[in-house]
Ligand binder design. Structure first.
Ligand code: UD1
Ligand code: CA
Length: 475
């Protein structure tokens, strides 16, 4: 069911424009697939569209259509191919023609919300006030005010302040260039009017395109009711046409996210050196030092310390966790009081119980490490279950892969593994067992036993070191 039903049971349809190549990006990749804060612009726009629960969502694609469909596949979206990119007006006309062919039972009173795939930071709260004006107007246009409006279509109002036209930057007079109110591209129109207006568009402009924006002067000429809504936050409706705009919007958005985190109780040493490419939840009194990237879903408890130059993707950190410098964590869950790094790598499926410790140049994958256990130096632990209070010596390796299959290593509580040990899986080490340094363990070790698996040391007296052979002198 649609959230948006006006009178006569009319409903809302969303059309997203994403057919252009984005020539100004100078990229082989279609513009709308370039990411902002880790997600493609089009994905972000589609989230915003879906948040409205409309009757339908159509995405107009053309350049690299298959690539876009594959990258942004999700149920409930209809793709419309605009074979030739003749302009935004033509793109909407393609979508409307497609909409007419469906069995949705569209009526003239339905409303069409147009979104642009290159305006990535909009969301429900930006669109709601626009939609609020939609049902009792033929046309509603979302505008904003910019200090530097260059490049955007300008909002032309008459002496009563009524919107009468949108003039593209390239077609605008010097007087019109001075107008700081711009067209965000987003608008809502009555379907019956679009049906009538769109076929009348003509390419009489600097770019020789069919401009959607020309429907404004058509509506004005027919004395239709036109509403405008001015978005107070320009960032939320900023468009991306080139990579510099992409970079600027990325930084501005990152700063916003850092601000939110800071105001919620996290100390951020330098907001310009934190990147959040996902969703972060956070307690209080956490400290994030410089050059940290947080990706996916990151949950931070209280009193967490993240030292410089760390990447954390899909991790949960309990209270008091300390991630030391240059560590890389992906798909890991760390309980309270755990310390990791510097230079640690935690891969998916790593779970570290309270108070455990992972030191430098240690890699852990798909393993559970029990309470208070320590793996402090130069080790690889994979497909392992480890009990509490173990001490794993430097250079320990779980040999979990036989070239064809992965095997499990099971280590009990209070196990001591001497340095430079290989545990050849599948293998079990019982509680309290001790492994002598330099061992290659291929058989299970029972609880409380000592295992040593290395060649016995040989000590010889009277050993003569080899002597250097003197070089022949030339005759
Ligand atoms: C457009 C608006 C401008 C507004 C600005 C806001 C028009 C004529 N101009 O200008 O008033 O200030 O956005 O960001 O609408 N597209 C298609 N098919 C086409 C042409 C474009 O799908 O034939 C898509 C593009 O892929 C893009 C969007 O429509 O996602 C906007 O096109 P773009 O060329 O970027 O328009 P702007 O010049 O930014
Ligand atoms: Ca644009």
């Amino acid at each position: 069911m649609s959230n948006y039903s006006g009178s006569n049971r009319s409903v809302l349809h969303v059309v997203v424009l994403a057919a252009g190549k984005g020539t100004r990006m100078r990229s082989a990749r279609p513009k709308v697939l370039h990411p902002i804060a880790g997600r493609s612009m089009l994905d972000r726009v589609l989230d915003a569209a879906e948040s409205l629960h409309p009757a339908s969502v159509r995405v107009v694609i053309g350049f690299a259509a298959e690539q876009i469909q594959a990258a942004c596949a999700r149920p409930g979206i209809d793709w419309v191919v605009q074979a030739e990119q003749l302009g935004t007006g033509h793109a909407v006309a393609c979508a409307v023609a497609n909409l007419e062919q469906t069995d949705l039972g569209v009526t003239d009173e339905d409303r069409v919300l147009v979104l642009y795939g290159d305006v990535p930071l909009l969301a429900q709260d930006v669109l709601e006030p626009l939609l609020a004006t939609a049902w009792d107007h033929a046309l509603s246009v979302l505008t904003t005010i910019l200090d530097e409006p260059g490049g955007y279509g300008r909002i032309i109002r008459n002496s009563d302040g009524q919107l009468v036209a949108i003039r593209e930057h390239r077609d605008a007079s010097p007087d019109e260039h001075a107008i700081s109110e711009i067209n965000t591209g987003m608008l809502v129109a009555r379907l019956g009017d679009l049906r009538q207006w769109l076929p009348q568009l003509a390419p009489h402009n600097a770019q020789g395109e069919l401009y959607l924006t020309d429907i404004v002067s058509m509506a004005e000429a027919q004395n239709k009711t036109i509403a405008t809504r001015t978005e107070p936050d320009p960032l939320r409706v900023a468009g991306v046409n080139d990579r510099w705009a992409l970079a600027e919007i990325e930084r501005a958005w990152q700063r916003r996210q850092a601000q939110q985190l800071a105001l919620a109780g996290t100390t951020i040493i330098d907001p310009s050196r934190l990147d959040i490419r996902g969703v972060v939840t956070s307690g209080i009194d956490n400290v994030i030092d410089i050059n940290v990237v947080l990706e996916g879903v990151v949950n931070l408890g209280n009193n967490v310390m993240i030292e410089p130059n760390c990447v954390l993707r899909n991790v949960t950190l309990g209270d008091g966790v300390r991630i030391r410098a240059f560590s890389h964590l992906d798909g890991a869950e760390l309980a309270a009081g755990v310390e990791v790094g510097p230079f640690a790598r935690l891969r998916p499926g790593t779970r570290l119980a309270a108070g455990s410790r992972v030191g430098n140049f240690v890699e852990i994958k798909a393993s559970f490490i029990g309470k208070g256990s320590k793996i402090n130096h130069l080790s690889y632990i994979g497909d392992t279950t480890m009990g509490a209070e173990c001490n794993i010596g430097a250079g320990t390796i779980t040999c979990n892969y036989d070239g064809a299959n992965k095997h499990h290593t099971e280590i009990g509580d209070a196990v001591f593994v001497g340095s430079s040990t290989q545990l050849v899986a599948p293998v079990r080490i019982g509680d309290g067992a001790t492994i002598g340094a330099g061992s290659t363990i291929t058989n299970d070790v029972p609880a409380g036993h000592l295992a040593i698996a290395r060649a016995r040391q040989v000590v010889r007296g009277g050993w003569l070191r080899p002597q250097k052979i003197p070089k022949k002198t030339q005759d």
